[in-house]
Every structure is written in structure tokens, then in C-alpha cells.
Design a protein around this ligand. Sequence first.
Ligand SMILES: NC(=O)c1ccc[n+]([C@@H]2O[C@H](COP(=O)([O-])OP(=O)(O)OC[C@H]3O[C@@H](n4cnc5c(N)ncnc54)[C@H](OP(=O)(O)O)[C@@H]3O)[C@@H](O)[C@H]2O)c1
Length: 325
Amino acid sequence: MIKQVPFADTGATVSNFCLGTMMFGDRCDEAEASRIMACALEHGVNFVDTAAVYTGGQTEEILGRILKGRRNRVFLATKVNVPDGTDYPAQIGPSLDASLARLQTDHVDLYLIHWARKNMNPEAMLRALSTVVQAGKCRFVGCSNFPAWLIAHFNGLATRMGVPRLVNNQLPYNLIERGLEVEILPQAVAERIAITCYRPLMAGVLSGKYDPDQPLPSDSRSASDTRIAGWLTDHATGVRKLVALAKDRGVNPAHVAIAWVRNQLGVTAPIIGVSRLAQFEDSLSAFSLTLTGTEQKDLADAFGTAVKEVSQYYGPLRRSFELLA
Ligand SMILES: NC(=O)c1ccc[n+]([C@@H]2O[C@H](COP(=O)([O-])OP(=O)(O)OC[C@H]3O[C@@H](n4cnc5c(N)ncnc54)[C@H](OP(=O)(O)O)[C@@H]3O)[C@@H](O)[C@H]2O)c1
């Protein structure tokens, strides 16, 4: 069941299912995207994630058209697009203006720094973000793919400068990619930062559509995403265990993989990227599935992808949620 949950300490709430739109305009045409959006709203999914860079701006254009007349029903997030070699802080305002034009709206709810860059000048970045907030072009600001130390650095500066702090960090998290368990999740709980998790199905590798012992299905992202074959080979044992556990529970592997992410302490919402309405409808079931603690652990052990550390004390310590009690 889809729930509304607090979005960091902003006072706003969002659905715990965030709709990822990266395939809109790519593997998902506009008519299907429109059907997905209608179905999302019908089921209480109001958190929508996009980015200026998706399909060269077409994704935002599609969203602009399909959200016409219902823009105020969604909590809309987009991300800055900064071409390499340009002045990052100086691009924040223009990139957001271009997104707003494509999205046919006067503001987004959340504006994210898509990726950190070398020499990006945090003070200037924060001033540029503050300017767009003050202009009413976005309500909240955040980041994506930031390590814990960097968001702490930005937010320390933001407090001293009296400008809005970063309230969201968007990162990859799934049974294969587990780096954010080191410091980022405990930091999020301590600092009340919303964590949104992209790639919960590892681009489909954890969806059950790929069998490590069979050729790759032609109607899949593996046709264009060459990383998928390698991930499937490297994590074949875990994928087989995931499929077996899903079979035992009488659900799809995608439900189990999404539920595993959703159940982790500190996660606000997984970002569910779909290329078809049927996938959207199917993935809704993951929000009614509860895994036992043993199932969560067995799955993690089957993949063996926790970041390895030699120290038996320091490793668990910096993943601990209990240091603040
Ligand atoms: N901040 C960042 O840097 C960043 C990076 C990447 C993504 N994102 C965001 O995160 C979202 C999700 O990322 P992602 O698309 O890589 O996520 P994902 O959940 O790992 O992969 C989605 C893919 O899995 C397959 N799928 C989805 N639901 C399924 C189901 N119920 N049954 C079977 N297969 C299913 C589809 O593959 P097929 O198309 O092959 O059918 C779909 O394209 C994006 O839309 C975007 O909003 C952010």
C-alpha cells in the first residue's frame, strides 16, 4: 500500500513510491507515459523524479504535457544539467529556467545538484540555489550522488550563510550497490535528510526478466545498456537466490528487490523506473510486501555485496543508527 511519508524535515509529505521518468521518451512513448502518470495519481503516487538531461530534455517536455491540469497534484523533482567545462554555479539558474519551460510550470518542488564536480565552489553553488528558492522557482534543494562528508560540508556552510540546506540525497541502492550503508543512511536519520534510491532493480537485473543461464531478452534495456550483461554474470548466484525466494513467497522477484530497499532504515522512497504501464502496476505490489528480518539478511548474504572492511569494530560503528540514543 502506498503511504505518504515526511520529506526530510521540510513539513512536506511525499508518496513512499517515487516515480522515475528516465525512460519517458526513451523506451516509453508519450501515450504510455501519460497512462502511467494517470495510474500513479490514481494509486496515490505523487512523487515524480526527472532530470534536465534525460533524453536530451524530451523527458521534461513529455512531463510538461502529461502533467497539464494536474501539476499541483505532484511533488516534482528535477536536476540541474551542467555541460562539462562550464561554470557550475552560474548554470544553476539557467538550467532550472530551461527545465521549467520544458515542464510548463513556474516552479518545481525539489531541485537537485545531479552530480558533484571537481572545483565546484560550494559557497557559490549554495548562493545560486538560494537565489532560485527566493525567486519561487523551487521549494526545496538537494543533491544526488553526494558522499556523506560533502552534504555535511554543504549543510554546515548553508547554516553559516543563512541559505537553504540540502534536504535530499539521491543515490543508487539495491541488493548489488550498497555503498550508502556506510555513513550515508545513518547521517540521513541523524540529520533528517530524505534518501531517495535510484536503480532499485539494478536497471532490471533484479526484476526476474534476466536469467543468468539464458541469452539476454531482446526487448529489454540490455540492448542499449551494455553494463547489464556484466552485472548479471557477476551476481548470478544472488539473482538465482532472489528468484527462488520470490517463488517461495509467490511474488515477482522485482517485488522482493524493491521491498528490500524500501524496508531499509533511513530510506524515504525508492525511485521506481518503468518503461511500461504493466511494470508500474506490477511494482505497486512491492509496497504491500513485507520481508522478514531473516529474508532481508539472507538476500543480502546471497549477493555478498556489503562494502567489505577488515575492522570488526569500526565497520559496524560507522553504519550504526544507535550512536545518537
Ligand atoms: N540521480 C541519478 O544519477 C540517477 C541515475 C539513474 C536513474 N535515476 C532515477 O531513478 C529512476 C530509476 O532508475 P532505473 O530505471 O535505473 O531503475 P531500476 O528500477 O533499477 O530499473 C528499471 C528497469 O527495470 C525494468 N522493470 C521495472 N519494473 C519492472 C517490473 N515490475 N518487472 C520487470 N521489469 C521491470 C525495466 O526494464 P526494461 O525497460 O528493460 O523493461 C525498467 O526500465 C530513473 O527513472 C530516474 O528517475 C537517477
